[in-house]
Design a protein around this ligand. Structure first.
Ligand code: SF4
Ligand code: SF4
Length: 126
């Protein structure tokens, strides 16, 4: 979707009742991407048999912390559901205010944290 280019990746946050379904093929694609066994992908990145771990703010473990420049750190190897969403429909995150209301505070917090980390790094190197 062309409008994804201008979006910070709202769909990469877990919302109550939603789930990112990871298949065996998705795991194998990531295993090849990282050059590790499938079982190691499960151990490192899956929260249970079928979905990725998320951070405290609900963002996917693979979402970049500097979301304005790069959103998915495994873009080439991302799961099928991520590739297909929003299934040739208008993106619900850009259409529904209730979804944006749920996600924007988390996104702002993540960006603030990323900005703080970057500032500390710069100060450290001066
Ligand atoms: S599918 Fe929607 S929420 Fe996800 S990146 Fe694209 S525009 Fe943003
Ligand atoms: S794998 Fe990438 S595209 Fe899929 S939810 Fe995680 S960060 Fe988003």
């Amino acid at each position: 979707m062309i409008y994804c280019n201008y979006c910070p990746g709202y769909c990469c946050y877990r919302l109550k009742g939603s789930v990112l379904l990871i298949t065996a093929e998705d795991i194998n694609r990531l295993a090849r991407h990282f050059k590790i066994p499938d079982g190691e992908v499960r151990k490192r990145y899956l929260e249970n048999r079928n979905t990725f771990k998320v951070r405290e703010d609900g963002s996917c473990i693979f979402q970049a912390t500097d979301k304005m420049t790069q959103r998915c750190t495994v873009h080439e190897a991302r799961p099928v559901q991520c590739r297909r969403f929003p299934y040739d429909q208008p993106c619900p995150y850009l259409e529904r205010e209730d979804l944006l209301e749920a996600i924007l505070p988390r996104l702002e917090q993540s960006l603030r944290s990323a900005w703080k980390e970057e500032t500390v790094e710069k100060v450290d190197t001066i």
